[in-house]
Design a protein around this ligand. Structure first.
Ligand SMILES: [Zn+2]
Length: 74
């Protein structure tokens, strides 16, 4: 009992670090397998990162903002 099962993890967008990701849906409304949609940066695809701390998420978001400022994601 206990141990690893109690550890909380989050799935966050691999691009911007947002935890506001949902499963993407196909045009016909079905859930698209292995595909996620990020509500913050608009990314759609299979890349999400599983993290286990909020610090990691903040680190990703800082990195994204830095890159976004340079116009990398235009
Ligand atoms: Zn995103």
């Amino acid at each position: 009992m206990g141990g690893f099962s109690s550890r909380r993890t989050w799935k966050v967008c691999a691009i911007c670090g947002s935890s506001d990701v949902t499963f993407a849906r196909t045009a016909s409304g079905w859930l698209a397998a292995q595909s996620y949609m990020c509500k913050d940066c608009g990314y759609v695809g299979p890349l999400v990162v599983e993290i286990d701390s909020m610090e990691e998420k903040e680190r990703m978001q800082r990195r994204y903002r830095r890159l976004a400022k340079k116009g990398v994601f235009k």
